[in-house]
Design a binder for this molecule. Structure first.
Ligand code: FMN
Length: 351
């Protein structure tokens, strides 16, 4: 009797895992499994994206956001082109653009498509003043469905690769202009919609309200809806998919310093068993790999990459013994040798 029950449980788990890990396609681009790394400015660099993609458990990665306006001006081009850091190992890769001018966005989309993007993603979720208030781009576009639609339409017409949008629940808490906009975007030819289930005026505060993702899913008929906000583990993925019916799940902050998170989630959804995080020595190796990959970006000076690594490597040490020691060492690193030395010192203490 007990045995039978266990078997039933296994069968049920397998049946459900098939649903949770069912891939989806966007105009021929396969997202398998339907777990996505969120775009995170300053963090989702090519090095981090490669680590997340390494064992096939993350189905799609997105670049950091790129300014369509900066691409127009020669003076801002070097820093902007440094973000064109993608490698074949990351494909399929979505490149995220922001901007409020339809023609600039169309031109930028053509530029990134020519540079190898598999998908163009339009940022309609960024709330930081520099983008939302100064440029009237990002989530600010959600205040006026017509302006947002004009940007999306120009981009869809400019390229022959899939175009996706990443949006918030809306601009102002409680007023969801995003759902009617999403329906228009679907009609224009957008291939997927990611919903960060917070309003723009919430920033990253409070808790994501996943019920809005269900409302998007009910309103959108023909393209995948990807849920985003506060997903940290396999149980969250399962719950978000069951509660909202979304087709994919995008993960941001929980993956920082944990690029193996996608592998853990897939393992748990497939087998019903948790998968341990890498042991400390393996974690140190992944940190070194992250640094080495980062330094392969020859689009910007070495010292700039090392400076950026200081912040990017800190999250690896939030949840480990003596992590604070390593975090303090990281703020002073000047070279890859410094990172190796700090790791050796930390391991000697922590193991
Ligand atoms: C440091 C940081 C940078 C971010 N940069 C971007 C960005 O460039 N484009 C974007 O659409 N969202 C950006 N986001 C928002 C995330 O993509 C995501 O929507 C948000 O963090 C919620 O997901 P999470 O709870 O899984 O982190 C950023 C978030 C963080 C924490």
């Amino acid at each position: 009797m007990w045995q039978r029950k266990t078997n039933d449980l296994v069968i049920n788990t397998e049946a459900r895992s098939k649903d949770f890990l069912t891939p989806f396609t966007m105009d021929g681009v396969l997202v398998d499994p339907p777990l996505l790394l969120a775009p995170m400015a300053g963090y989702s660099t090519h090095a981090f994206r490669q680590l997340c993609r390494a064992d096939g458990a993350c189905g799609l990665v997105t670049s950091e956001l790129i300014s369509s306006r900066a691409l127009q001006y020669r003076s801002s081009q070097p820093a902007t082109f440094a973000l064109f850091d993608w490698t074949p190992a990351e494909q399929p890769l979505a490149v995220q653009l922001f901007g409020a001018d339809p023609q600039e966005m169309a031109e930028a989309a053509r530029t990134v498509a020519a540079a190898g993007a598999a998908i163009v993603d339009i940022n309609l979720g960024c709330w930081v003043p520099k983008i939302a208030r100064k440029s009237q781009a990002g989530a600010a576009l959600l205040q006026d469905v017509g302006s947002a639609a004009a940007v999306v339409e120009a981009v869809v017409q400019a390229v022959n690769i899939p175009v996706t949008v990443k949006i918030r629940s809306g601009w102002q808490s409680g007023i969801s202009t995003a759902i009617p906009f999403a329906q228009i975007a679907e009609a224009i030819g957008v291939q997927a919609i990611t919903v960060h289930a917070r309003f723009a005026d919430q920033g990253l505060q409070g808790t994501a309200d996943w019920s809005i993702i269900r409302r998007f899913k009910e309103a959108i008929q023909t393209i995948p809806v990807i849920g985003n906000g506060d997903v940290a583990n396999a149980a969250d993925v399962r719950r978000m998919m069951m509660d909202t019916g979304c087709d994919g799940v995008m993960i941001g902050r929980a993956a920082l310093g944990h690029p193996w998170l996608f592998r853990q989630i897939v393992h748990e959804l497939r087998t019903g068993q948790p998968l341990s995080a890498p042991i400390l020595r393996e974690r140190a190796e992944i940190v070194m790999r992250h640094a080495q990959l980062a330094l392969q970006n020859d689009r910007q000076p070495l010292h700039k990459t090392v400076r950026e690594l200081r912040g990017q490597l800190v999250p690896y040490f939030h949840d480990v013994p003596h992590g604070a020691v390593m975090q303090q060492a990281l703020v002073r690193i000047e070279s890859v040798e410094d990172i190796q030395r700090a790791l050796t010192f930390w391991l000697a203490m922590a193991e």
